[in-house]
Write a protein of this length. Structure first.
Length: 148
């Protein structure tokens, strides 16, 4: 039986549907207020177009990402949580050349805040990785504009 090399497209759709970008609000100290700008993505677009976008509050230099774990592989076999090793977030200011990566070595972690982002539009995508090192295709791209 051939080994499945990629996570399923269904998994990617589920993964992308769970990706959320949220603005954190301006850097107040303990005010308890948070920004209301959040966007959930739809299913990935076949041409790699940006599927959602957020404009952050002025002074907000973070992007909060969250996602759902994939449930199946390419061949529609079930993918158990114990078979997932973690995730890889790829991001950058050029949607065609995202060169920054963050590796999350826990399948139970399904949110991450990317901090210290410069002014401009940042693009993000995520991949799931199983315990055998097999990695899914990239999810659909989401973006956030960081304002000065």
């Amino acid at each position: 039986m051939n080994r499945v090399i990629k996570m399923s497209q269904i998994s990617i759709a589920a993964l992308v549907m769970g990706v959320v970008l949220t603005g954190c609000g301006g850097g107040g100290s303990g005010s308890g207020s948070s920004s209301s700008d959040s966007v959930k993505t739809g299913s990935p677009s076949p041409d790699g177009a940006v599927v959602s976008s957020v404009v952050g509050d002025e002074g907000d230099r973070t992007a909060d990402l969250s996602w759902n774990a994939p449930m199946t592989r390419v061949n529609n076999e079930s993918l158990k949580m114990g078979e997932l090793a973690g995730y890889v977030i790829t991001y950058g200011k050029d949607r065609d050349d995202m060169s920054e990566t963050i590796r999350i070595d826990s399948a139970a972690t399904m949110e991450y805040t990317v901090s210290n982002l410069d002014t401009g539009t940042w693009y993000f995508t995520i991949q799931a990785e199983d315990v055998d090192g097999l990695i899914s295709d990239h999810s659909g791209i989401v973006s956030k504009e960081i304002r000065g």
